[in-house]
Design a protein around this ligand. Sequence first.
Ligand code: SF4
Length: 396
Amino acid sequence: MIVPSQLSAIAELSAAFSDAHVEITSRSNLQMRAILNKNLNYLRRGLDSAGFLPSSSHDRVRNVVTNPFAGLGFDEILDSRPFVRELDSRITKDPEMAGLPPKFSFAIDSGGSWFSHENDDLALRVITVDNSHLFRLSIGGIFSGFGVTIEKAVDCLLEAAQVCLYISKKFDVPARARKIASMPQAMNHLLSELSHFLVDCPSSNDCKSVAEVPLGVYLTKQAGFVNLVPSVPLGRLTSAQAQCIASIATEWDGDLRLAPWRGIIIGSIPECAIRRVAARLQATGLSLDNRSGYGGVFVCAGTGCDASLADVRNDASLLAHLLSGQAGKPGWTVNISGCEKQCAMRNGATAELVATFSGYDLRIGGRFIASNCSRESAMDAVLASRSEMGSEVSSR
Ligand code: SF4
């Protein structure tokens, strides 16, 4: 969640101290690059006054994700925002939480479509049982077998995180729930410590994340209002584009959300303003059309990172150019990485290209296809994987 004044502030800061771009990450965070050391303190002060750094001791561990459409409709069961706000506030006030590893993440899922591709350490997904709501608890991406009542949800997450820290010391393992979930003794200990929160819960496999990348115009819960989801080419906004979105949200009292498909939602815009908003976005190079070619194309920082072995952003743009004019395909995604670390990797990508010293290593559908292939042959294989997925669909 981000308010227009914050987006505007970060756009200004990126123009002044960075490369005039703001990247949206796959955890829905914002990232700026190319900052000179001498400017770091100015930048930090600017971020602080815009409200991005509420707790210097806890800012690295306030990793709470939820559905970007929470409160905006899109088949949710329960608005998760109050839980997120309470959890964030209580993490920040608890000195012990500052000891969590920086990648430790909490997820609170509103039900319906789930867009994150991360295996969060502690996740609650709301379900409906006998006409009432219950959170299903997953630990390290694995269903625990138990549920947690709505009233106890935040207490349970905080206590679970504390127990993870305790287990980390006792068993000498990283305080990551995925690691704990793989050790029966540690997992039993965690569940036994949480037993006073746990209730019976039906198992179900309906919490798979949605591979589709939303794009275009979507209905909200409120009649006469829509959510607008522009294509953000390669997850990167120019500062002018970020300012444009902030100004649209201010003018129409919109509700901004950063999204794990490395995009942004301009929520709660009056239906009557769609054309005008679309024209303003278009003027800055952002489109609501799912034929932009960028849908489903993910890439890492490329030459913005010292480790990159190829200009992967350029190659991703080339791929998008080859795809432009074709409607998006649900479920089809490609990851292009500058090295084997694969920072921008989304789990379950249809195609993966990893730059090497002499080309690309290529995987399609999780299967290794070729190593060191030329850019052209890698692109051909990626395009073929896309056309093999069936007929194109238009946006909703
Ligand atoms: S995948 Fe490699 S090149 Fe790309 S950002 Fe990560 S470390 Fe850098």
